[in-house]
Design a protein around this ligand. Structure first.
Ligand code: 6PG
Length: 240
């Protein structure tokens, strides 16, 4: 059973996410001297990133030992309004003292998405010395039940032999890169942050185990925590 925590609003859920981020960082750094995180995109995590960029986290977190990756990326230039990297850069990375080598965006400048996926897969293999295991993955859920860029009916869902896949969701304007199920499911801690009434039904269905939604396939061997605001939690208990 996942650990589901409900907060009055996104602010409360984001505060808890920041606290859990800091606790996971201390634990990982005490254990293996660094903390590797896969960030989520979309608008929801922006407030969390802003909190991490503010006191007390800005001064207290050991940024030199923290490495940022992304769970998924839209295939747009790094300065594009839709870029997940750009959102995290503006909300967090530009405000902390972190070595540039600790920031590992998914590349979006190769002419072919498949090539970019290969380049990033190689970067992950080198960073993790062949055994890719993030300390933390921050995740969100779309109202269609996608998470990262794992969309229903997209071939990226079935990729098991590569850490990074190309997603071509018909519902989205651009191709995307995404980490694959095997990578998310080997992550030590997965933290979903979800806000809004429009997510309520899908959250209830995913938490009830409905396999029609890609998000239900995120079943890490490590810890799985859902942080919901009250609106996103509104249908829990209505769906069995
Ligand atoms: C992206 C994502 C994606 C996101 C969901 C939910 O690039 O779109 O990383 O999986 O988490 O779309 O986004 P929101 O929670 O911001 O609605």
């Amino acid at each position: 059973m996942p650990d589901v925590r409900i907060f009055p609003d996104l602010e409360g859920a984001s505060q808890e996410a920041a606290r859990l981020f800091a606790a996971a960082a201390s634990e990982a750094i005490a254990d293996h001297y660094r903390f590797s995180v896969a960030l989520s995109g979309g608008p929801t995590p922006r407030r969390l990133y802003q909190l991490l960029a503010a006191e007390p986290y800005r001064s207290q977190l050991p940024w030199g030992q923290i490495h940022f990756f992304w769970g998924d990326e839209r295939y747009v230039p790094a300065n594009h309004a839709e870029s997940n990297y750009r959102m995290a850069k503006e909300a967090l990375l530009d405000h902390i003292s972190i070595p540039v080598d600790n920031i590992h965006p998914m590349p979006t400048d190769a002419p072919e998405t498949e090539q970019a996926a290969r380049v990033h897969s190689a970067e992950l293999q080198i960073f993790f010395d062949g055994d890719i295991c993030f300390d933390l993955a921050l995740m969100g859920i779309g109202d269609d039940g996608h998470t990262a860029s794992l969309f229903a009916d997209d071939p990226a869902l079935t990729v098991r032999d590569k850490p990074v896949a190309v997603a071509r969701p018909t519902s989205q304007p651009t191709d995307r890169l995404t980490l694959t199920y095997p990578i998310f499911n080997r992550t030590r801690r997965v933290l979903f942050l979800v806000s809004g009434q429009e997510k309520a039904l899908v959250v209830a269905r995913v938490l009830a185990g409905d396999a029609a939604y890609p998000c239900t396939g995120i079943q890490p061997t490590g810890e799985l925590i859902w942080l919901l605001d009250q609106a996103a939690a509104a249908s829990l208990g209505e769906v069995k």
